[in-house]
Design a protein around this ligand. Structure first.
Ligand code: C5P
Length: 220
C-alpha cells in the first residue's frame, strides 16, 4: 500500500510521516531529501543553479541511495549536509527543473515498488503516485510552520531567525505552488488534515486512523 503525504514546508510532514510509517510497519520515503541531495551535489560540484541542462545532466548522473537512516550521493553520506540552510535556500531552481523532477519521480516509483510505503513530499499524491490508495494533505498556518522550523533547526544545533524563516517560507510556498511541473496542490481525493492545534502524537494517531479505515474498506 502507498500512503502519500503532501503539503507545504513546515507542516510537520517529515516527523509525522516517519512516525506513522513506524506505527504501520511501512517504509518511509522523504522525497524532499532527494531534491536537497541534487541541490547539495550542484553546490558541491559547482554546477550553476541557472544551468538547466547542467542540473538535468547532474540528476541523471548521480546515484542517490535512500536508506532508513539517511541518504548518500555517489557513496557520500549527505544526511546532515542536505539540511544546511544554504541547501534550503538554493533548492528552488532544482525543484523547478522538469527533467530533474522526471528523474526523481522515476526513482521514487522504483523505490516504492517493493512494499508498503509512506511517501512524503509535494507531488506524491498528484504526480508520483496518482493511484495511491491513501492520500493525505497536511497543512498548517504559515506562522505555526515557521515556528516549527525554528524549533527543528534548534534541535540540530542551528539557529534561525523567525521573521527571516517566515519570509523565506512564504517565498518557497509561492514557488512550490506555482512551478510548471509537480506543483504543490491538493489531490482531489486527498484527505486534508490541519495540524495547527494538534500535537505530533495527535496528528500521527489521526493519520493512522485514516489509513486503517482505508485498509478496512479494502477488506470489506
Ligand atoms: O520537504 P522539504 O522541505 O525537505 O523539501 C525541500 C524542497 O524540495 C521543498 O521546498 C520543495 O521545493 C522541494 N520538493 C519538491 N517535491 C517534493 C518534495 C520536495 O519540489 N516531492
Amino acid at each position: 500500500m502507498i500512503v502519500t503525504i503532501d503539503g507545504p514546508a513546515g507542516a510537520g510532514k517529515s516527523t509525522v510521516s516517519r512516525l506513522l510509517a513506524a506505527e504501520l510497519g511501512f517504509r518511509f520515503l522523504d522525497t524532499g531529501s532527494m531534491y536537497r541531495a541534487i541541490t547539495w551535489a550542484a553546490l558541491d560540484r559547482q554546477v550553476p543553479l541557472d544551468d538547466h541542462a547542467g542540473l538535468a545532466a547532474l540528476a541523471g548522473a548521480v546515484t542517490i541511495v535512500v536508506t532508513d537512516q539517511g541518504l548518500t550521493v555517489d557513496g557520500a553520506d549527505v544526511t546532515r549536509a542536505i539540511r544546511d540552510p544554504t541547501v534550503t535556500r538554493n533548492i528552488g531552481p532544482v525543484a523547478d527543473n522538469p527533467e530533474v523532477r522526471r528523474v526523481m519521480v522515476e526513482l521514487q516509483r522504483r523505490i516504492a515498488s517493493d512494499g508498503d510505503y509512506v511517501c512524503e513530499g509535494r507531488d506524491q499524491g498528484t504526480v508520483a503516485f496518482p493511484n495511491a490508495e491513501c492520500k493525505i494533505y497536511l497543512t498548517a498556518s504559515p506562522e505555526h510552520r515557521a515556528q516549527r522550523r525554528v524549533g527543528d533547526l534548534a534541535e540540530r544545533g542551528l539557529s534561525g531567525d523567525y521573521e527571516t524563516i517566515l519570509e523565506e517560507q512564504m517565498a518557497r510556498d509561492f514557488r512550490d505552488q506555482n512551478r510548471a511541473v509537480g506543483r504543490l496542490q491538493q489531490a482531489p481525493d486527498a484527505i486534508v488534515v490541519d495540524t495547527d492545534n494538534l500535537s505530533v502524537d495527535e496528528v500521527v494517531q489521526k493519520l493512522k486512523q485514516i489509513v486503517q479505515t482505508k485498509i478496512a474498506g479494502r477488506k470489506s
